[in-house]
Design a protein around this ligand. Structure first.
Ligand code: ADP
Ligand code: MG
Length: 618
């Protein structure tokens, strides 16, 4: 046996690393499995190149727990190491890697969640083990097997041992404070989290297999392979059926019962390498949305489900996997977001999603329209936050009408141009955010032959602001923003039944009767229209809505709601008010309350008074 001292400047880095990595201890298993996988793949290559002549059929990685000894074992059938290679790769590479990590990490303790991605490698085993043994034999002919043993300090031992097969076995003598890594359930959880799509089969524990049926059924125990080495995203789209995609979704999210609406298979190899499948889930208010997130892999090894910076924010509501060896992970989040190649990846994903939406819309409009309500939030959010996506979405962003026709903006321009262009040449797009609450206003607009759009997501005020900004002659107006004739102003003179003097008298009377918050507006409307109409000017209301959902003008939400009271001077009630001797105020208050009622503004004491007054008037 030989003893040695590893040449590192920090006397004992182990306690330091342990302290720094406290929250991320579990990544040691992923690192050791990655090393075992690398060693196996390297040997496969050497065999293919004719540089190694060994039998290497279906190599696997075995993981097991020895409870009595208090050890966890990871054994591979990879290329193994000679004594010299252990000196070089473990004593120098692994330890210097650990040292480098510490140096970097001490400087910028930037984002705790990234610690696990620093590539601490082999050394991370010391986070959970008080001693680590490596039993290894190189695939090379005439080499001796060796055992390396170390307690994390720079001192190690190296001795020759008897070992038949080539490959490496790592033995972790689990430390007192890490005993949960001797639990089968814990190890299975970690293997499933990080390695369920590992490219080399991983054997851990046993599973029960039932063969035959009824009385002949026999159950036996078989070694369990915990991973699928060939997941859907690694295949070509042409090899996959819809059922395959759905099956993979269920594999990823076993607790999701709702099927995804559609999916997008990502596949690039230039200028960066990226594969993956993104699924559009049905958007619900379900909390699961938060839990089942997009998972990031590197060469089929799970890295994180925090894809911030890599996937455009609006697409983080999607599900699925992304696999890319080109995403630098040993850097902080802020660096990641500024990284040019990562930006390119985000742009690529945004474009791919947009292209896919466009192609579904083109190929199957009916299907797309059916799904519209479930996908619009993502699209609207994308339009708001990603200018390129906004531009591209013009081809498929749909404006549903109340008669359930779906139109793109271009189609709306065509069909509504003739009827809804005002005297200043603006095309006015009328919309409702709530077809029950704004029913009366909708009816008035429809009676004029106008089309009313249903735009009901909270993002809408922001979005129409942006659409108006990029389309000069388009204006949006909610149906209750003003009287319809003011929303779409045409060149027609209205005939007033009352003379100017009467209107003036009437206006004074109303102004003194109604509360100050209403600004009174006298309009000679159609005599069949309601005497009083309450409206809420578009601009103020939109700004307030915007601020409520984030954004808009600062401090707007503190403003009181502003209402206009439109008085229809042609309604017969006006003559009644003018002629009335003592009931003037009662008529005005009654008409105001009715107008409030239709805007859902009549509540509490006001409502009680209204009911009383109504009985009195009967
Ligand atoms: P990295 O994997 O990034 O190179 P590690 O610290 O994980 O860094 O490992 C250091 C080196 O030790 C590896 O590059 C490899 O040469 C060697 N090594 C580690 N584990 C094994 C293994 N199971 N079989 C063969 N070589 C290994
Ligand atoms: Mg490694």
């Amino acid at each position: 046996m030989s003893k040695g001292k590893i040449n590192v400047s920090v006397e004992n880095i182990f306690p330091l690393i342990k302290q720094f990595l406290y929250s991320d201890h579990e990544i040691f298993l992923r690192e050791l499995i990655s090393n075992a996988t690398d060693a196996t793949v390297k040997l496969k290559h050497l065999i293919n190149l004719g540089e190694a002549k060994v039998k290497h059929d279906n190599p696997k990685i075995e993981v097991w727990i020895d409870k009595e000894q208090g050890t966890l074992h990871i054994k591979d059938q990879g290329l193994g190491m000679t004594a010299e290679e252990v000196e070089k790769y473990i004593n120098e590479v692994a330890f210097s890697g650990a040292e480098e990590f510490l140096d970097k990490y001490k400087e910028k303790v930037d984002n705790a969640s990234m610690i696990g991605h620093f590539g601490l490698g082999f050394y991370s085993a010391f986070m959970v083990a008080e001693r680590v043994d490596i039993l290894t034999k190189s695939f090379k002919e005439n080499t001796k097997a060796v055992k390396w043993s170390c307690d994390g300090s720079p001192e190690f031992t190296l001795e020759e041992i008897e070992k038949e097969a080539f490959g490496t076995e790592i033995v972790l003598h689990i430390a007192e404070d890490s005993k949960d890594f001797l639990e089968e359930s814990k190890i299975l959880e970690l293997l499933t989290k990080y390695n369920r799509f590992n490219i080399i089969p991983i054997q851990f524990g046993e599973e029960e297999i039932t063969e035959g049926e009824g009385d002949d059924a026999k159950t036996s125990k078989k070694p369990r392979i915990i991973n699928n080495t060939n997941p859907a995203w690694t295949k070509k789209p042409s090899e996959l059926t819809d059922e395959d995609y759905l099956k993979f979704y269920r594999e990823l999210y076993p607790t999701q019962f709702e099927e995804p609406l559609f999916w997008i298979h990502l596949n690039v190899d230039y200028p960066f390498n990226l594969t993956g499948i993104l699924y559009f889930p049905k958007m619900t208010t379900n909390v699961d949305v938060q839990k089942d997130k997009i998972q990031l892999y590197q060469n089929q090894v799970f890295v994180t489900d925090n894809v911030e910076g890599i996937v455009p924010e609006f697409l983080q509501m999607l599900r699925g996997v992304i696999d890319s060896p080109d995403i630098p992970l040993n850097v902080s989040r802020s660096y990641l977001q500024a990284d040019a190649s990562v930006k390119r990846i985000a742009k690529y994903i945004s474009k791919k999603v947009s292209d896919k939406l466009a192609s579904i819309y083109k190929d199957d409009k009916a299907e797309f329209e059916k799904k519209w309500n479930d996908i619009k939030v993502v699209i609207e959010y994308g339009m708001l936050t990603d200018d390129k996506f906004f531009e591209r979405s013009q081809k498929y962003y749909l404006y549903p009408t109340l008669s359930e026709k779906y139109n793109t903006l271009d189609e709306l321009k065509e069909t509504l141009k003739a009827n809804q262009t005002d005297k200043d040449d603006n095309l006015i797009l009328l919309y409702t955010s709530d077809k029950t609450a704004q029913h009366g206003y909708i009816e008035t607009a429809q009676n004029k032959g106008y089309e009313v759009l249903l735009l009901d997501t909270p993002i809408v005020p922001h979005l129409i602001q942006k659409i108006e900004g990029s389309n000069e002659k388009i204006k949006f107006a909610r149906v209750d923003a003003d009287h319809i004739d003011n929303l779409i102003k045409k060149e027609e003179t209205k005939i007033s039944k009352l003379d100017e003097e009467s209107i003036k008298k009437l206006e004074e009377q109303i102004k003194t009767t109604v509360p100050k918050e209403y600004s009174v507006q006298m309009e000679p409307l159609d005599s069949t229209e309601n005497p009083f109409i309450i409206t809420q000017p578009e601009f103020m209301r939109r700004m307030k809505d915007m601020q409520m959902s984030g954004g808009g003008m600062m401090g707007m939400s503190n403003f009181p709601d502003m209402y206009n009271l439109i008085v229809n001077t042609n309604n017969p009630l006006m003559e009644k008010i003018l002629k009335a001797k003592k009931n003037k105020e009662q008529y005005i208050n009654q008409a105001l309350d009715l107008a409030k009622l239709s805007q859902h503004l009549l509540k509490g004491e006001a409502l009680t008074n209204f009911i009383k007054r109504s009985y009195d008037l009967m």
